[in-house]
Ligand binder design. Sequence first.
Ligand SMILES: N[C@@H](CCC(=O)N[C@@H](CS)C(=O)NCC(=O)O)C(=O)O
Length: 224
Amino acid sequence: VTAQVPRSLTLYWGAASCARVSLIALEEIGVPFTLEAVPKGERARPPYSEINPKGKVPLLVADGRQISENPAIQLFLARAFPAVGLLPREQDAELEALSTMCWFASGIHPQITRARFPASTGASAESLAAVRAHAVEQLAAAFTLIEGRLADREWLLGDWSIVDAYLFWLWFRATGSGMDASAFPRCAGLAARIVERPSVARALERELEHIPAEDVFVGAAPAL
Ligand SMILES: N[C@@H](CCC(=O)N[C@@H](CS)C(=O)NCC(=O)O)C(=O)O
């Protein structure tokens, strides 16, 4: 499936957020786009909440059409710019990519939110450390599966794809939240390799214009 090539692209984004994945996709594509930074704390209130009532980034606006949710944005961009190779084009492989991204968005990302901001679960002050510890355990279980998938390949789907950029962001957040990186050498290797891609380097440079290097590369979870 291919879509029309959009003439105008705006990404609502925040440095170090999961919108990093969408920014890498746009950098990979290489067409002009507008980047609108929406810092944490400004996402759930006007003016941004009037644009995206979900109060989250990323949001891609393509020729006036709004696309939210990372997996949908990646699929949209991959189909709009098929020659770039953001996702595999063969149907079964594309489905596998979508399945993996949905797992990342709905299965793994929420554990990152719990690990970083345990109070967002509504847990009492005394339970926050336990909520964080449980979330980190869940992250380690997910990364055990991912580490297994990388046993016979350099990138998650074989060839590089935007799914690897998504993994890179999850890895950054999971390790920043206290997950032991040493248990996952293949994931660590992928994260070290991916920053050599010019698109990823450019996306990280843009983040460095907004937040300190420590928050771009380590991103330690806030103290409880
Ligand atoms: N399911 C959404 C999740 C988006 C999301 O949770 N984004 C976070 C940043 S990583 C956000 O904007 N949270 C609101 C905030 O930080 O105020 C997606 O995959 O795009």
